[in-house]
Design a protein. Structure first.
Length: 165
C-alpha cells in the first residue's frame, strides 16, 4: 500500500517503530479464559446485568480455531451475553452459536435437531419464567406471536397457565 501510494509514508514510519508479532489466537488458547472474562464483564456492564461463563463454556471456546482471532471471540461473547437471558452461560448455551463461518464444536452425538430442540426449549422456559408464565408477554419477549408460543408450549409438553402442574 505504501509503494502504491495508498498509505501515508509518514504514518507508516510512525506506526512501524516497534513491530509486534502476535501468534493467532488458535495457537494461544491459554489467553482465551482471560479474554472471555474481560469481554463478558464489558458487555454485561453495557447490558446492565451480571453475566459469567462457566468453566465448561470457557473450555469450549478455548477449543475453537478462531480464524477471525480475538475480534471473532469478542463478537461471539458479545452475541452470547446479549442473547442470553440467564446470568450464567454454560457450554449448552454455546452449542449452536455460529462463529464466523463455523459452528462451535459440540459433544458427539448431539446432532442439529436435538441441539435446536434444547435451545428452543430453554428459551421458551426462560421467557415464560421471566413473564410469570404469561404467554402473550413471553411471546413478545421472544419476538413471536401468541399462537406460535401456544404451539411451542404444546410441542414441548409444557403445562399451560391455569393447568395442574
Amino acid at each position: 500500500m505504501l509503494a502504491g501510494g495508498q498509505f501515508r509514508e509518514d504514518l507508516y514510519y510512525r506506526l512501524n517503530v516497534v513491530p509486534i508479532f502476535l501468534p493467532p489466537l488458535r495457537e494461544r488458547s491459554e489467553d482465551v479464559p482471560a479474554l472471555v472474562d474481560h469481554f463478558a464483564r464489558h458487555y454485561a456492564e453495557e447490558a446492565g446485568r451480571a453475566v459469567r461463563f462457566t468453566p465448561s463454556a470457557v473450555a469450549l471456546l478455548a477449543a475453537q480455531e478462531w480464524p477471525g482471532n480475538v475480534r471473532e471471540l469478542e463478537n461471539t461473547v458479545e452475541r452470547t451475553v446479549v442473547l442470553s437471558n440467564r446470568g450464567v452461560i454454560d457450554a449448552a448455551d454455546l452449542k449452536m452459536l455460529t462463529m464466523g463461518t463455523h459452528v462451535v464444536a459440540t459433544a458427539a452425538g448431539d446432532g442439529l435437531p436435538g441441539t435446536v430442540h434444547d435451545i428452543e426449549l430453554r428459551m421458551l422456559r426462560d421467557a415464560l419464567e421471566a413473564t410469570n408464565r404469561r404467554q402473550a408477554a413471553a411471546a413478545r419477549k421472544l419476538g413471536i406471536t401468541p399462537r406460535q408460543i401456544g404451539y411451542r408450549i404444546r410441542k414441548y409438553g409444557l403445562t399451560p397457565p391455569g393447568s395442574a402442574s
